[in-house]
Design a protein around this ligand. Structure first.
Ligand SMILES: Cc1cc2nc3c(=O)[nH]c(=O)nc-3n(C[C@H](O)[C@H](O)[C@H](O)COP(=O)(O)O)c2cc1C
Ligand SMILES: [Fe+2]
Ligand SMILES: [Fe+2]
Length: 394
């Protein structure tokens, strides 16, 4: 297929991956993804910004040939992760005069992960510029969104910024220009939650930096390009804001429904008090939805039944994930059911400790909840209400 021109000799040369169902063996994909690669033709030199996911290399090279890309001078590696850098060795073989331009950390990564030889790499400094003739590429290091090696490439004359994984979405398209929709917003939020949220403060910083640059077009390395940068930047400003929303996210696992009954009861009570809730069945539901709810939630309530003297292993997994995603939640509560004994919450508490949640008195119930247990759930609902009120959320 013919490359789509984005602006003045800047072309989209990436590919959709409609069949991909999971990313990083962790994140279910609702819409597949795209691996974006951009061709920039200057009056003297031609550059390719980011390459391709290894399984798509053959298709990618064919696409370059079909579009008569005869010469490539520079391959810009904004980031060493293989979904973008993976085809560098094949490109170097196809275009033997090309050199890779990248930052010191990414250079180390592509040497160790892809065995790109030293002599093929030109290491640049933060803020350094490389001329393509009538176009200038300026490199802006952006460590932390999401690897230490991440950088942005700014095409000066066109006021276009390639933001690498930052501001991306796992989304496919036939027209590269973003059509603003709830679906796209959801994909971008899911992507933010799983990939960028652990680095929220860095995301906040770069969102503001890009806002101040007043760029015309944002070219991320997954999902469509934004000719209205404020659309994605305003979403990021909301997601990265310090204040949580009036939402309680409730992941739970329950083998015989005792814990589930408590989660449902608590959720109803909270909703009656004007607090939004998101119940998440750890076994059946999609982890992406949980991650998305964690972008906004003020409170996390975890529910688990006791298994082999501790919390259910699936709850342990989710507590670990919630902790590493580093959501902005402020409050927490633990509820669950047991049969005879063990330590129901110890492990979960330990795993969630880095979030420094203000924890409400936990509730563990022997078997199915009874009237007195529902009273305790009323108290937990009231405590959550008061915590939310203290932040002016209700
Ligand atoms: C495989 C398995 C292992 C269990 N191990 C324990 C245990 O070590 N200690 C305990 O108190 N209860 C244990 N139980 C009992 C459950 O915790 C108890 O039935 C609880 O009420 C289940 O809650 P749920 O209805 O939310 O699944 C175990 C149950 C199963 C099925
Ligand atoms: Fe990445
Ligand atoms: Fe990526």
């Amino acid at each position: 297929m013919k490359f789509q021109e984005i602006k003045n000799n800047i072309y989209y040369c990436g590919l959709n991956d409609c069949d991909r169902r999971i990313f990083d063996e962790l994140i279910p994909l609702e819409h597949g993804t795209s691996y974006n690669s951009y061709l920039v033709k200057g009056s003297e030199k031609t550059a390719i910004i980011d390459t391709m996911y290894p399984p798509k290399t053959k298709e990618y090279l064919k696409r370059l040939v079909d579009n008569q890309v005869g010469k490539v001078d520079y391959i810009i590696a904004n980031h060493g992760e293989q979904d973008h850098s993976g085809s560098i060795p094949a490109l170097l073989e196809k275009y033997p005069n090309a050199i890779v331009i990248t930052n010191p950390k990414c250079a180390e990564n592509i040497k160790s992960m892809l065995h790109v030889p030293d002599e093929k790499i030109r290491v640049i400094a933060d803020g350094e510029e490389v001329s393509l003739g009538d176009k200038t590429l300026k490199f802006i290091f952006a460590p932390g969104v999401h690897w230490p090696d991440t950088m942005f490439t700014y095409i000066k004359e066109d006021n276009v910024l390639c933001t690498c994984d930052f501001l991306g979405a796992h989304y496919t398209f036939s027209d590269v220009f973003a059509v603003e929709s709830k679906e796209l917003e959801k994909s971008a939020k899911r992507y933010y939650a799983e990939i960028m949220m652990p680095f929220r403060m860095m995301c906040k910083k770069y969102t503001q930096m890009i806002k101040d640059m007043h760029v015309d077009v944002i070219l991320p390395s997954h999902g469509p390009v934004y000719t209205n940068p404020d659309y994605i930047l305003d979403l990021y400003a909301d997601w990265t804001a310090d204040a949580p929303k009036n939402l309680v996210t409730m992941p739970y696992v329950s083998m015989y429904n005792s814990t589930k009954e408590m989660i449902e009861y608590l959720s109803n009570k909270l909703e009656e008090n004007g607090i939004q809730t998101f119940k998440f069945d750890i076994v059946d539901d999609d982890l992406g939805d949980l991650a998305m709810s964690l972008v906004d939630a003020a409170t996390i309530v975890m529910g688990t039944s006791m298994v082999l003297a501790g919390p259910h292993p699936m709850a342990v997994n989710v507590a670990y994930l919630a902790a590493v995603l580093r959501p902005k939640a402020k409050f927490g509560a633990l509820i669950g059911s047991y049969g005879w004994g063990g330590n129901l919450f110890g492990k979960i508490g330990e795993l969630l400790a880095p979030l420094k949640l203000d924890l409400i008195e936990p509730l563990q119930v022997k078997g199915k909840p009874k009237e007195e247990d529902f009273k305790k759930l009323d108290e937990i609902a009231q405590a959550i209400y008061e915590k939310h009120k203290s932040l002016n959320l209700v």
